[in-house]
Design a protein around this ligand. Sequence first.
Ligand SMILES: *[C@@H]1O[C@H](CO)[C@@H](O)[C@H](O)[C@H]1NC(C)=O
Ligand SMILES: *[C@@H]1O[C@H](CO)[C@@H](O)[C@H](O)[C@H]1NC(C)=O
Ligand SMILES: *[C@@H]1O[C@H](CO)[C@@H](O)[C@H](O)[C@H]1NC(C)=O
Ligand SMILES: *[C@@H]1O[C@H](CO)[C@@H](O)[C@H](O)[C@H]1NC(C)=O
Ligand SMILES: *[C@@H]1O[C@H](CO)[C@@H](O)[C@H](O)[C@H]1NC(C)=O
Ligand SMILES: *[C@@H]1O[C@H](CO)[C@@H](O)[C@H](O)[C@H]1NC(C)=O
Length: 617
Amino acid sequence: MCLCSCTAWVVFTILSAALFVYISPKGGAPVKFAGVYTQPGRFYWVKLVAFYLLMRLRKWKDARDKNKMKDHTQMETYNSGYGTKSKNSPEEMDKVQPLSTHYQAIDAVYFNGANKDGFCIVTATARRPHGVINGFFIMSIPGVGTLVTPRFPDTLLFGGTDKVFGSEGLQFEPVVPMKHWKLTYSGELKLENDTSKRFQVKFEADWKTTLPYFDYDTMIPPWTMARAIAREPWSREYFEMLKAAHQTHYEQHGNITGKIQVEGKSYTFDIPSMRDHSYGFKREWKLLHRYMMHAFSTKDGRRFDTINVCQPQTSSHLELGYIYEKDGSLHPVEWLDLPLWNHGENGTLPSDYGFTFKANGKVHYVQVQVLHTVDFHIGWEWEAKIIERHCRFFVDGVEGYGVSECHYRDAGGRPAEFSAKDPDWVKDNSSLNQDNKFENLNQHEYESSVYVVDVLNHITDNSFIILFSSNESHVKENKNTSKLPSGGKGYPKSGVTQKLDVQKTSDVTGTSNASPKGQPGSQTASIQFIRMVNPARTPVIKERSKITIRGKKTFAFVSNPKIFLPKLFTKLIKRLESIGIAKSMPADIFDQRNALLPHRENLGPQLGVVKPDYLDM
Ligand SMILES: *[C@@H]1O[C@H](CO)[C@@H](O)[C@H](O)[C@H]1NC(C)=O
Ligand SMILES: *[C@@H]1O[C@H](CO)[C@@H](O)[C@H](O)[C@H]1NC(C)=O
Ligand SMILES: *[C@@H]1O[C@H](CO)[C@@H](O)[C@H](O)[C@H]1NC(C)=O
Ligand SMILES: *[C@@H]1O[C@H](CO)[C@@H](O)[C@H](O)[C@H]1NC(C)=O
Ligand SMILES: *[C@@H]1O[C@H](CO)[C@@H](O)[C@H](O)[C@H]1NC(C)=O
Ligand SMILES: *[C@@H]1O[C@H](CO)[C@@H](O)[C@H](O)[C@H]1NC(C)=O
């Protein structure tokens, strides 16, 4: 069943593997801008044509198998994007979707809009497992100010259902697919710039349209997508990532009309708006480095959206968008000249700038003037920083209004004052042992672990991941290894013997044979066993001296072969390889991971990844 749907990927994987083996650049890849953004390499043109052909093939196959079962909730059946539709009809798309089996499953809707009178609205709800909602409501009302949801700048809401989008007073419901949605908010809102001022608010609106929707799964021009993919280093893992990290995403412009009552006083509005809907196997905000989105409409009746996305593991420079002409016709953006690395890469966004893009055969010049900015965070660890900007636009001199939403990866964490308000079931850490908490790891290990966890998107309760790291500098400086950042317990010293149960019957015993501490060539290494304890929360690391590896869903992570490994680990990996649950990987996999680290000069522990067998096509 899966075989059929994946034929295009298989053909392509073979093709890319051939390219990878025979023509991968010898002289090293071109330098990445800001250490993140890959630049076209030696075989860019060959890869460009290859990916273009893949997209054509996928489109052709998708059109042929019209009635094929499409299910985004299982990795085995998930195959949307790059030319392949997620569902067989718009009716099947524009509704509450079932969540996937992944702990980061996603079904999200978003609405924004701004008009010349000064109204601006941005609101979204993302359905996540366990009734968790990433949700917020922001509205600027002339004469009142900018109102935001009570938990702001936090966005974790609880008590969602599988019937509607929203919770805690916020609710979005599809009425007529791709034509009409009902939006309501009822409850308290606070002034964004003076949070002591709180108002009782009732917001009721209809989102309506006669315009077609733009489906990013199938409507991105193949050359535009191919240009983004051809810049990246290709490997088998890369294409697996491309498939697993994909989310179906479609957008549509329309109007939001309705009224909002603030302390009994009523304000009516009619706002040109963009809305979107995303679903897929999972959403991992940590994969994203940055994006800048501009959605707006001009007074001559045209509507626009341009997005520039950097997700280093899949594409560090992806140009997206579309326009509606005055007659309502929809055209994709072919290219967008707004390189992220030239616009606020270090965290300060420009507020007076311009960009050009091409759509429907014409190049347009857009000037942006930022009027008002609101920022907040999304995620259990506030891993995504989102900046909503109410803007005035000039497209070839014609005035318009809209919203620019920008994103940065943030590693600052979620302050305790916010997590303290979470429901008890979230705080329940009784299954954890204080010593073994994920948070005890240093930032590098943490980032690495998250990467590792993400690659294995089938992680479920009781799956184990083995994570090795080593710290050379520590040994060179002859420091006390029991003070290593991730806790001394996990760092075997020279000569220590560890016994590991592998599937009960096959024990692995190894002796770390490193040189004595402090002498040249000596190594310390840590071994961590990660287990998903509460899938609704961040993965938690369980450190054990004895583990049992259960069944097939068990994976091992091997240290970078460039670094000397104590024999214990070499032996363990050999053993795991011999029973078919682990494999050493080449070192290039690290480049992708390192692109995610906030401080790229500090590479952290070196990790390798073992490919899970179920990703085999
Ligand atoms: C908050 O913003 C409004 C305009 O939206 C402004 O009139 C008001 O003075 C601001 N209040 C504070 C405390 O900055
Ligand atoms: C939005 O509303 C305006 C009038 O306020 C109308 O002319 C336009 O057709 C509407 N657009 C859509 C997409 O429904
Ligand atoms: C980036 O921002 C940080 C903190 O805001 C600052 O310390 C650093 O110098 C900046 N780097 C560059 C290249 O501007
Ligand atoms: C569990 O959480 C409480 C506070 O919510 C904290 O004091 C305690 O240390 C945590 N225990 C573990 C094992 O993480
Ligand atoms: C290493 O540190 C631990 C605790 O931090 C201490 O108990 C031990 O004596 C130290 N060992 C050496 C050799 O300094
Ligand atoms: C290795 O240990 C040194 C000294 O404790 C520390 O400064 C450094 O961050 C560690 N490196 C890694 C990659 O953990």
